[in-house]
Design a protein around this ligand. Structure first.
Ligand code: HEC
Ligand code: HEC
Ligand code: HEC
Ligand code: HEC
Length: 149
């Protein structure tokens, strides 16, 4: 075998070999058990504690808020999509209180104009929409966005 071919063979074996060793070291042990993902991930996800409790739980104590909410444009949004995961609060309101103070960015998370958003979702450019020192909630009621406060 000519020496340059021999060196090429050694080089190829080295590259393939180090790839094999790196793969052995880096692939998690349960990878591929069920498919092309980490098998242990299933148990880990199943063991995670739920943090959302759902709108029915909020209805038990805040039915007057829900009654308002469903009359207006925010009717499709769950309480917890604005107030954050509140399972602990629903289980015992004395222990935690959900987020109750909001910044404009909390509204703009959904309403900031962006070409990637569906056209039915009303969007505003905060640099043009009633620019001033007023916050969104000075002109819009979050539970009744069609009404003026
Ligand atoms: C068992 C009754 C109960 C349930 C269920 C419940 N809450 Fe409450 N919630 C309360 C009480 C009582 C307060 C007042 C506590 C306080 O002022 O510290 C309160 C206060 C709040 C506040 C006001 C926070 C503030 O800073 O003013 C928000 C927001 C809220 N709840 C959201 C929710 C959401 C969302 C759910 C559903 C996941 C929910 N609650 C479920 C009893 C309940
Ligand atoms: C679009 C976002 C949004 C949704 C959806 C929403 N809230 Fe609120 N909520 C707010 C904001 C913002 C405030 C603070 C109002 C303020 O500071 O004037 C608030 C205030 C509250 C308060 C404090 C007292 C009051 O009535 O102002 C309670 C309690 C509350 N929300 C419960 C709920 C419950 C229960 C639901 C579901 C039925 C819900 N919210 C859905 C944004 C939302
Ligand atoms: C989780 C996403 C979400 C958040 C957060 C949110 N909105 Fe909305 N909002 C919607 C959807 C969905 C609609 C109904 C479709 C539409 O009219 O664009 C809507 C509708 C509206 C409308 C139009 C009402 C009308 O007259 O047609 C206003 C105004 C509004 N929201 C203001 C706010 C304000 C102020 C906040 C912050 C307190 C807020 N929204 C937070 C999703 C959101
Ligand atoms: C000074 C009062 C004022 C402030 C502050 C304000 N808005 Fe408005 N907003 C209005 C009025 C009035 C309308 C309805 C007429 C219009 O579209 O100009 C409106 C309309 C909207 C609409 C519906 C737009 C449409 O296409 O029909 C959305 C969504 C909205 N506002 C979100 C917001 C958000 C988010 C903020 C905070 C960043 C905010 N607004 C701050 C007064 C205000």
């Amino acid at each position: 075998m000519p020496p340059q071919i021999f060196r090429l063979v050694i080089l190829t074996a080295g590259v393939v070999g180090s790839y094999g060793i790196a793969r052995m070291l880096m692939v998690p042990p349960t990878f591929g058990e069920h498919g092309s993902y980490r098998g242990a991930a299933l148990e880990e996800l199943a063991a995670a504690k739920p943090v959302f409790s759902g709108i029915k739980a909020c209805d038990e104590c805040h039915s007057e808020v829900l009654e308002e909410l469903v009359k207006f444009e925010h009717k499709t949004i769950s309480c917890e999509s604005c107030h954050g995961p509140s399972r602990k609060h629903a289980a015992d309101p004395d222990v935690t209180t959900p987020k109750g103070k909001f910044a404009d960015s909390d509204c703009l998370r959904c309403h900031q104009s962006s070409p990637s958003r569906p056209v039915w979702l009303k969007q505003v450019d905060p640099n043009e929409h009633y620019r001033g020192d007023k916050r969104c909630s000075a002109c819009h009621l979050p539970h009744q966005p069609n009404e003026k406060p």
